[in-house]
Design a protein around this ligand. Sequence first.
Ligand code: UDX
Ligand code: ADP
Length: 477
Amino acid sequence: MAIKQTKMKITSICCIGAGYVGGPTMAVIALKCPHIKVNVVDINELKINLWNNNNLNKIPVYEPGLKKIIKKTRNKNLFFSTDIKKAVNQSQMIFVAVNTPTKTYGEGKGMAADLTFVEKCAKTIGEYSYSDKIVVEKSTLPVRTAEKIKEILELNANPGVSFEVLSNPEFLAEGTAIKDLFKSDRVLVGSDQTESGLLAAQSLVKIYENWIPKNKILTTNVWSSELTKLASNAMLAQRISSINSLSAICEKTGADIEEVSNAIGYDKRIGKDFLKSSVGFGGSCFQKDILNLVYLSRHYGLTEVADFWHQVIKINDYQKNRFTRCIINELNGTIKSKKISVLGWAFKKDTNDSRESASIYVTDNLLNEGAEVYIYDPKVSKERIIDDLKNIWEAKKISEVDIKSKLIRLKIVDNYEDCFKKASCISILTEWDEFKKYEWKSLIPKMENQHIIIDGRNILSKNKMDKLTKKYISIGR
Ligand code: UDX
Ligand code: ADP
């Protein structure tokens, strides 16, 4: 059922899903393509109201540079609404940027991507389309999802309406989304290799050509594009687990991971990026995409391949657990009733996103050991921190009584100085720049006399901190 088109002229697009991917991506398309009307729709009314809020500090995604773009484009050619039906109807091209979390039930539980939201979206698009549409997968999806989307679209299509499905994975990283979207390393467009598929791909390429150099726009078949997204994230995460595994060796041998990583990175075949040792990677993509890859490999009977990628996650879990054990060991084997502070809840700096943040797991471990935990983050809301913890407690089926006992020992503070007063240990879990600027010299004396600082991001100067504290511990140093 190919689209009967020459090259579709795109004047109106919409994006279903106003989250961390949909919001910033559409804002940049609106800015760079003033001739295109961009509708961003979501089922979450609260979120849409926040996107429409006059106070730009309230928009639901914090990204450096985003507010400025929203100010320039909102209600000019960028619109946020919950009217999905109207937006679909008005658009020639529909981007799907809904969430695809790891499945928490049924076959593939804990491994495969949950496609419920994508499937619902495809059904909606099918039902509300009264003319031919190009549907673009933006969400990270398992290989061959485009095929499933196409099936659902066709099953729900109105008479005479045809669809082309493209894969156009998003490679932006949170915290640098706007920079990444302005100057993408590459844009990837996957399509069916039919005449109609290739024409649909060209319609999307044309949009990107408004600001991305032609030689950075790659076109492939749909499955290569889908797999590239999973593979890119898996390879990036693999580098972090590799360097983190080496950090454990450094701690045993007296080598310094910062020196090792720097020296490794000088080899231009390896490169310097993504070799920063940490308490473990977080974010909505890495773990989910690798689990997806593992699931896919197992599905095709590629056991060795599955095991290889699974090890990346296992090292990441090992790193998070190693960090908690280190805190406990430094506090003489017990942290019961001791005040431990966590600086940083976001999974990385410059974002208010905390999905899969190492802070969640470390805090849970600390609470399990009876500690009193203080948390401070410059951007993540109190409600979100509580929700993150409640979600993992729910998944672990923790009793109401235990949850209550944990919540009593949890304090989320607005003022970082409260984290220091009488604390037995300060642990740094996000690399926020403001942490580097603190007056550590005057803050440390407010702590209990052991003065232990554990830096899960290696952001502070070891020389300086060694002089200021009884014990400054960092990763792999
Ligand atoms: C990632 C990919 O980078 C991006 O291309 C894709 O579109 C989505 O997934 P994101 O998760 O937003 O982006 O952030 P990223 O910068 O990749 O960081 C992921 C995690 O790895 C963070 O917790 C970060 O702190 C950690 N990290 C990153 C390290 O621990 N060390 C590093 O050297 C780099
Ligand atoms: P991502 O990081 O992939 O952008 P988010 O969770 O930040 O993920 O955003 C995904 C958005 O998609 C959410 O705001 C959610 O409400 C929205 N969404 C999910 N399913 C649908 C649907 N069927 N129709 C419209 N919006 C949806």
